[in-house]
Design a binder for this molecule. Structure first.
Ligand code: ZN
Ligand code: ZN
Length: 620
C-alpha cells in the first residue's frame, strides 16, 4: 500500500509541475481513437457491456395508437428527467448536455433518487399495459423493472455502503476528453467545471462507506492509479490547449485538489481496511441468498428463481459431461493412439481436449482467419434457412483499437444509442503484443473449433445478427435498459442451433469443443450461485473450473476474481440460453408440423432486447 501511495504522489507532482511533453504517444492513441464510441462486449462481457451491445436506435416511426403515443411520450419525458438526475448515465449513453455537473454521492442525492423512482413508478403505474402494442408494452415493463431495481439497490442492497470501487470519477472524465461531441476547448471548459467538486465527491464517498468488503476495497485501491492517469491526461490537455492563462492556472489547481482528495480517500480506505482485518469484522463479498434472489429477479428477469436456474445448471452440466465422455471415447484412438485410457471421466475428457487444442491457426493467421469465416457463416445461415440476414448491413471486421485492448479476444463494438449513425464493428485483438507462450495459450483456447464457435457467438448468427434485428424495432428504452440475459442467451443459443443444423459436419471434435465452451456458461451459473449463496471456497471454485470444466488455471483465477467482485451477471448466459431452449420446445409442441425454425428465430428477435419471459408472452 505504501508503495502505491508514493507512486500516486509522484504522479500527482509530475503532472502538476512537469512541462507538457511527456505521455505524448498515449495521447496520440487516444486522439485517433476518439471517434469510436466506447461500447464493447466480450464473449463473456461485464454487465454494462451487455447493455451496450443492444440496439443503437432512436425511435422515429409515429405510434399508431393513442395509448402507444402516450407511452412513447412518457418514455421520452422519463429519459429527459433521468438524464438530469444522472448526468454520468447520460454521458455513458452518449448525451453530454449536463456533462459539467458532477453528481455528489451523498445521502441527499440517494434520497432524491428514491423519490424520483417512486414518482415515476406511480406515473407509469397508471398506464394500462393491455392497451399497448408489443413495443410499448415491453418498453413499459423494462422501465418499471429498472425503477424498482434502482429503488431496491438504494434501499436494500445498499452497495454504496460496502463497495468503495463504486466511487470512481475517471470514466466520464475520459469520455468527455476523448469523445468529439464538441470542440476541444468547449469540452475542456466542461471538464474544468466538472472537476471543481471532486473533493466534495470523495468526502461524500467517505461518509457513505460503512462496512466495505476487503475485496472491493482492494479493487478501489488498485484502480486509483488509473484515475490518477486520467487526471494527469486532463491536466496536460488543458495546459496544451488554447485556454487562457487564468483558466490554465485554475485547471492545474483543481487537478491538484482532485488528486489530493483521491489520496485522502485511499488513506481512509486503507486505515479502515486494516482495522477491519484486525478485528475480523469486514463484510463478506458473498451477498447471501436473499439479496441474491432479489438481484437475480431484477437483473435477469427470468421466469424462475435463481435457485431453480442453479438446479437446471447442475442438470445441464451432468448432461454435458455424459455427452463429452461418449465423445472422448469415440475420439480416443484417433487422438491418443494406444495410450492407456483413465477410468476417471473428467481426466479422460481433459486429455482429449488437450490433444485437440494443438490444432489451431498460426499466430499470424488469427485475424485473417476470423475475417475469412464471417461470409461462410453468413452463407450457411442463409442456405440452411435459419435466419434472414440483411445484406445491406455488412459487419466490419477490424483490429481492436489500441486503447480498448485488454486480454486477447473478440468483441462486438456497437455505437451508443444516441449515435446510431456510427458503424458496428467486430473487434478482433491480434496476438502481436503477447509473448510466445501467451500467444500459444490463446491459440490453444481459440483452437480450430472454438474459433468458429466464437465467431458464431459474437457475429453470425449471434450478437451481430441479433443487433440488426433489434434495430428494426427501434426503441431507445430497450437499447438503454435491455435485458442482458436475452442478449447473451441468444448468442449462446446461436452456437447450439448452428451445430444442430449440421454446421461443422457433426464432427465429434466440433461437438466436444462446443460442449467444453457451453460448459463454461453452465459453470458460470454454478460458480456464481455456489459462491454467493452456498459459501463455495476458493479451492472448491478452482477445482470446479479447472478440473471439472477444463479451463486453464489463469482463466480460472480471473473468474474467481470476477465472482468475488460481481454477482448474478455470470448467470445471464445460461439463464437466457436455457429459457430460449425451453421456449423453442414449447413452440414446437404448440405448433406441431407448422413449426418453422426460421420463423421462430425471426419472431423471437423481432421484439428487441426484452426479457425472454416477456417475449414468450408475446409469442403466444
Ligand atoms: Zn456474448
Ligand atoms: Zn500450438
Amino acid at each position: 500500500m505504501m508503495k502505491t501511495k508514493i507512486a500516486l504522489a509522484v504522479l500527482l507532482t509530475t503532472f502538476v509541475l512537469a512541462p507538457a511533453s511527456a505521455a505524448k504517444s498515449k495521447k496520440a492513441v487516444k486522439a485517433s481513437a476518439s471517434k469510436v464510441v466506447k461500447k464493447s462486449a466480450k464473449a463473456q462481457p461485464a454487465k454494462a457491456a451487455a447493455v451496450a451491445e443492444s440496439a443503437p436506435a432512436v425511435s422515429s416511426a409515429p405510434a399508431e395508437r393513442k395509448s402507444d403515443r402516450w407511452m412513447d411520450t412518457n418514455s421520452q419525458q422519463f429519459l429527459n428527467a433521468l438524464w438530469k438526475l444522472d448526468p454520468e448515465g447520460a454521458i455513458d449513453a452518449g448525451k453530454y448536455d449536463g456533462a459539467a455537473n458532477l453528481t455528489i454521492p451523498n445521502a441527499a442525492t440517494r434520497s432524491h433518487a428514491v423519490a424520483f423512482a417512486d414518482e415515476w413508478l406511480q406515473r407509469l403505474g397508471k398506464i394500462d399495459a393491455r392497451a399497448l402494442s408489443n413495443k410499448q408494452r415491453t418498453d413499459l415493463a423494462l422501465l418499471v423493472n429498472k425503477l424498482k431495481a434502482d429503488r431496491w439497490r438504494l434501499t436494500t442492497l445498499r452497495e454504496h455502503e460496502w463497495n468503495p470501487a463504486l466511487y470512481n470519477i475517471a470514466k466520464p472524465l475520459d469520455l468527455i476528453l476523448t469523445t468529439e461531441y464538441a470542440a476541444k476547448p468547449q469540452r475542456l471548459r466542461t471538464l474544468l467545471k466538472r472537476i471543481a467538486n471532486v473533493p466534495a465527491y470523495y468526502q461524500a464517498a467517505q461518509a457513505s462507506i460503512v462496512n466495505p468488503t476487503h475485496e472491493h476495497t482492494e479493487l478501489a485501491i488498485a484502480q486509483a492509479p488509473g484515475v490518477m492517469t486520467v487526471l494527469a491526461d486532463l491536466g496536460k490537455a488543458a495546459q496544451e490547449s488554447i485556454l487562457t492563462q487564468q483558466e490554465k492556472a485554475i485547471f492545474a489547481q483543481r487537478i491538484a485538489n482532485a488528486g489530493t482528495a483521491l489520496i485522502g480517500y485511499l488513506d481512509f480506505l486503507t486505515a479502515l481496511d486494516q482495522r477491519q482485518q484486525a478485528q475480523h469484522n469486514a463484510r463478506s463479498f458473498r451477498i447471501g441468498k436473499d439479496l441474491y434472489e432479489a438481484k437475480f429477479g431484477f437483473d435477469i428477469q427470468a421466469a424462475g428463481s435463481a435457485e431453480q436456474t442453479y438446479q437446471k445448471a447442475l442438470a445441464a452440466r451432468e448432461d454435458l459431461l455424459v455427452r463429452m465422455n461418449g465423445l472422448a471415447d469415440e475420439l480416443w484412438t484417433k487422438t491418443m493412439g494406444a495410450a492407456a485410457k483413465p477410468a476417471e471421466r473428467t481426466k479422460k475428457i481433459g486429455m482429449v481436449i488437450d490433444k485437440l487444442s494443438a490444432s489451431h491457426v498460426a499466430r499470424a493467421d488469427f485475424f485473417p482467419e476470423i475475417r475469412r469465416q464471417i461470409p461462410l457463416l453468413q452463407d450457411w445461415v442463409v442456405k440452411n434457412n435459419l435466419l434472414t440476414l440483411d445484406r445491406n448491413r455488412p459487419l466490419v471486421v477490424r483490429e481492436t483499437p489500441l486503447y480498448q485492448r485488454g486480454v486477447a479476444g473478440a468483441s462486438i463494438d456497437a455505437p451508443g444509442p444516441y449515435r446510431p449513425q456510427d458503424k458496428t464493428y467486430y473487434n478482433v485483438t491480434p496476438l502481436d503484443g503477447l509473448s510466445a507462450q501467451e500467444a500459444e495459450s490463446s491459440l490453444r483456447e481459440y483452437n480450430s473449433w472454438i474459433l468458429q464457435i466464437l465467431n458464431i457467438h459474437e457475429a453470425i448468427p449471434g450478437h451481430y445478427a441479433q443487433l440488426v434485428y433489434a434495430n428494426r424495432s427501434p426503441s431507445l428504452v430497450k437499447s438503454l435498459f435491455g435485458n442482458g440475459a436475452m442478449v447473451e442467451g441468444w448468442a449462446v443459443y446461436a452456437e447450439r442451433m448452428m451445430l444442430e443444423s449440421g454446421y461443422g459436419d457433426n464432427a465429434p471434435e466440433m461437438w466436444l469443443m462446443y460442449c467444453k465452451w457451453n460448459l463454461r456458461s453452465v459453470t458460470n451459473t454454478i460458480l456464481d450461485y455456489g459462491v454467493h449463496v452456498q459459501g463455495m471456497t476458493q479451492a472448491q471454485a478452482l477445482d470446479l473450473l479447472v478440473r471439472q470444466a477444463f479451463q486453464t488455471p489463469a482463466e480460472a483465477l480471473e473468474k474467481w476474481r470476477r465472482v468475488q467482485l460481481s454477482s448474478v451477471q455470470l448467470t445471464s448466459y445460461f439463464s437466457g440460453y436455457s429459457e430460449i431452449m425451453e421456449l423453442r420446445e414449447q413452440r414446437k409442441q404448440a405448433l406441431g408440423p407448422k413449426f418453422v425454425l426460421k420463423d421462430f428465430h425471426e419472431q423471437f428477435l423481432s421484439y428487441g432486447n426484452a426479457p425472454v419471459k416477456v417475449i414468450k408472452e408475446l409469442m403466444q
